[in-house]
Design a protein around this ligand. Structure first.
Ligand code: ZN
Length: 130
């Protein structure tokens, strides 16, 4: 199975829970079991798995990333979005998750988050289940 999901971000930095969107894509293909590979084809965005029960967790993740990667620094990249590139590399561009019974085999408190670091933009996530 191969699919492309789209996400429209609304802020410069933002974590968006895409767990249901990914599961819907898997279920629409009638897939029951496998390995789901998620890949973000962008240099200023990423993907991560973390708690989706308490929304303050994603706010804290962004707060700390913004602290350790300041907006103003002696960056050389002329486009002016080096902090976004650095955060994308810290977070990473892919995740693997087991699929069981048409659902992502996540822990009770886990969700899959698309991570925007240079929004707002229209973004893509490649989904493959093997
Ligand atoms: Zn750039």
């Amino acid at each position: 199975m191969k699919k492309v999901l789209t996400v429209e971000t609304t802020s410069r930095t933002q974590l968006i829970d895409i767990t249901r969107q990914v599961e819907k894509a898997i279920q629409s293909e009638g897939i029951d079991d496998g390995i789901c590979f998620l890949f973000v084809p962008h240099t200023t965005a990423g993907i991560t798995i973390n708690e989706n029960a308490d929304p303050s967790v994603k706010a804290d993740i962004l707060m700390v990333l913004n602290k350790i990667v300041p907006w103003k620094e002696a960056y050389q990249h002329l486009e002016g979005n080096s902090p976004a590139h650095i955060k994308a590399s810290i977070i990473g561009a892919s995740e693997f998750i087991a699929v069981e019974g048409g659902r992502l085999r996540l822990g009770t408190w886990q969700g899959v988050f698309f991570c925007e670091f240079d929004g707002p933009r229209k973004r893509k996530i490649y989904v493959r289940v093997v």
